[in-house]
Design a protein. Structure first.
Length: 266
């Protein structure tokens, strides 16, 4: 089995470059922000970070394909880098420090492309998380200064901490009643939002999280960090991996119950 460590080291280099670019424009008074056709914001920093990462990949991995939120897919083949230059753009443009660059490498295999490397870098929080297939998940400031991640062992839904992004979307999908029932059953709820709940699941500080509508670039990197930390990452339909257009992540012990509430089986 490939060890993917060279790819992981490259992903850190990419994240370092993106962090420098995004932090340089964070809270800039002259930051330019546009509205995309789907009515979500995009800043000049989003575009610059993705262009920077694509440029690095073109030099370091010219045969690999690249899929990014801002510029779509380029190239073909069994290896594909998946990039969200700024996950949490709404926070970024308002000066809220909860945003991150998400970088994943996916490889073709049974069941389609699956993530084999993931880096989640949140420079305004001073945090970074990463994983490579078969090597576990870690958090720290660098590869040489890191702590291995492990999900929690909480096994009762009434003892669980549940994180989510917002109420938006649950009602549109007809899942709001199940979502609210879940919030009433768990020990604690917090709307940390975006990438952060998944990293907290990997760290063991949160036990379950879910979002009703996501894109592949929102999930590819977070999915492998969660699973390499010993957790479960699926769509709301229970399909493993980041391909369902939505996500449910947990410590594994609570996953069936999480899906049961969100699909209103309870």
């Amino acid at each position: 089995m490939p060890d993917y460590l060279d790819d992981l080291r490259l992903a850190h280099v990419l994240a370092d470059a993106a962090d420098a670019a995004t932090m340089d424009r964070f809270k800039a008074l002259d930051l330019k922000v546009e509205t995309k056709p789907d009515m979500t914001p995009v800043s000049e920093a989003d575009k610059n970070a993705e262009e920077l990462i694509r440029g690095h990949l073109q030099r370091a991995r010219p045969r690999d394909a690249v899929l990014g939120e801002e510029y779509g897919v380029e190239g073909t083949g069994p290896r594909r880098w998946v990039i969200d230059p700024i996950d949490g753009t709404k926070n970024y443009v308002r000066g809220v420090p909860v945003w991150a660059t998400l970088i994943a490498l996916m490889e073709a295999g049974e069941g389609g492309f699956q993530p084999v490397v993931g880096v989640v870098s949140a420079p305004a929080l001073g945090r970074r998380w990463w994983a490579a297939k078969g090597h576990g998940a870690y958090a720290g400031r660098s590869l040489s200064s890191a702590t291995r991640l492990q999900v929690s062992r909480v096994s009762r839904i009434s003892d669980a901490s549940f994180a989510y992004s917002s109420l938006t979307g649950w009602e549109e999908q007809g899942r709001l009643d199940g979502f609210l029932d879940l919030t009433r059953e768990v020990w604690r709820t917090r709307a940390y939002g975006d990438f952060w709940p998944y990293m907290m699941v990997a760290e063991g500080s949160v036990d379950i999280c879910a979002e009703p509508e996501l894109s592949l670039w929102d999930m590819a990197a977070t999915a492998i960090v969660v699973t390499e930390a010993g957790g479960a990452f699926t769509g709301l339909d229970g399909r493993p991996g980041p391909h369902s257009g939505n996500a449910a992540a947990s410590n594994g012990l609570l996953h069936d119950e999480l899906l049961g509430y969100l699909n209103q089986r309870y």
